[in-house]
Design a protein around this ligand. Structure first.
Ligand code: PEP
Ligand code: MN
Length: 338
């Protein structure tokens, strides 16, 4: 249930509305926008049946929210959510590109990659220290050493860092180094992990699971938000289908569907979606045209020698070309880029 308040509702009226709802055993969530304020009610709505909500001073309208996700729903928010990352914001006017190697392989390679992507307009550095690999025999990441390298390179370049957390036992450690915590596709429905990252005050980059519906993704975001962390960025990274021409099937339509359903920022990962270097640019352009707030792109100094995802990683000149091709699309979409 959401309660839309009258324009100019006073703080006392707002408190009173919340008290009435909470007295029935429901939780309230206030979203204050420039033009309207919304009180979201979470819990057993049947208990509000007997409360004459429209007669409470300050209440203008009452709507039922039939969707299973509440905090993540666009209905629950007065305006779109923006999330700070370094000195930029996700979910605003700017289309934000976050780039870097699939895995942090060492100090030098991360530093040169960060400098190159920074110079070409990336606003965040992404690199995995803990890697979820399909095979236990593949490179698993440098672990804490990788996190230290990420933090050092942030110091040197000023780029905020995004890295994956795979396990509830690592949340505190990863959060002590990273500016944004990535939840990978394979963990999108790891509910204990979602709960744990919901308890830390670090923005979360939530990647869509390979077999997850849009609703599953929004419910996963709801897990994080229901623990008190409202800063969730959703990422479309392709899903598994019967198609074999690409690594995954990029669900382009999920982007405008998500933008309609939720107030959270939505980014796209063209690297994992297509699985091939040659598809990164066309999928990026399509994502921007479909309304994505940002891109997550794998970049490596020498993709041929990458320990993971080399076939889908761009080298520096290719990243530069991507950013140059992106600009007219970003402008046509009425957005800006660095
Ligand atoms: C990654 O970002 O390198 C990664 C492993 O992504 P995903 O979880 O989407 O497969
Ligand atoms: Mn990867």
């Amino acid at each position: 249930m959401i309660i839309v308040t009258r324009k100019g509702v006073t703080p006392d009226e707002l408190d009173h509305i919340r008290e009435r709802i909470e007295a029935e055993g429901l939780r309230t969530h206030v979203s204050q926008g420039e033009h309207r304020t919304i009180v979201g009610c979470i819990g057993d709505e049947e208990r509000l049946q007997t409360v004459p909500l429209l007669s409470i001073p300050g209440v203008e309208a009452v709507h039922r929210v039939l969707k299973p996700y509440k905090l993540a729903s666009r209905d629950f928010a007065a305006e779109s959510t923006t999330i700070s990352l370094g000195n930029t914001v996700l979910g605003g006017q700017e289309v934000v590109t976050i780039a870097g190697p699939c895995s942090v392989e060492g100090r030098d390679m991360l530093k040169v990659t960060a400098e190159a992507v920074h110079a070409h307009g990336a606003r965040g550095l992404r690199g995995g220290a803990f890697k979820p690999r399909s095979s236990p025999y593949s490179f698993q990441g440098l672990g804490e050493e990788g996190l230290q390298i990420l933090a050092e390179v942030r110091e040197q370049t000023g780029l905020p860092v995004v890295t994956e957390v795979m396990d509830t036992r690592q949340v505190e450690l990863v959060a002590s180094y990273a500016d944004m915590l990535q939840i990978g596709a394979r963990n999108m429905q790891n509910f204990s992990l979602l709960t744990e990252v919901g308890r830390v005050q670090r923005p979360v980059l939530l990647k869509r699971g390979m077999s997850a519906t849009v609703e599953d993704l929004l419910l996963a975001a709801e897990y994080v938000m229901s623990q008190g962390n409202p800063n969730v960025v959703l990422c479309e990274r392709g899903i598994r289908t019967f198609g074999t021409a690409t690594r995954n099937t990029f669900d382009l339509a999920a982007i405008p569907v998500l933008k309609r359903e939720t107030h959270l920022p939505v980014v796209a990962d063209p690297s994992h979606a297509g699985g091939s270097r040659s598809l990164v640019t066309p999928l990026s352009l399509a994502a921007v045209a479909a309304g994505a707030d940002g891109l997550l792109v794998e970049v490596h100094p020498d993709p041929e020698t990458a320990t993971s995802d080399g076939e889908q990683s761009l080298d520096f000149p290719e990243f530069n070309e991507l950013m140059a091709s992106l600009r007219p699309f970003v402008e046509a979409a009425g957005r800006t880029m660095a």
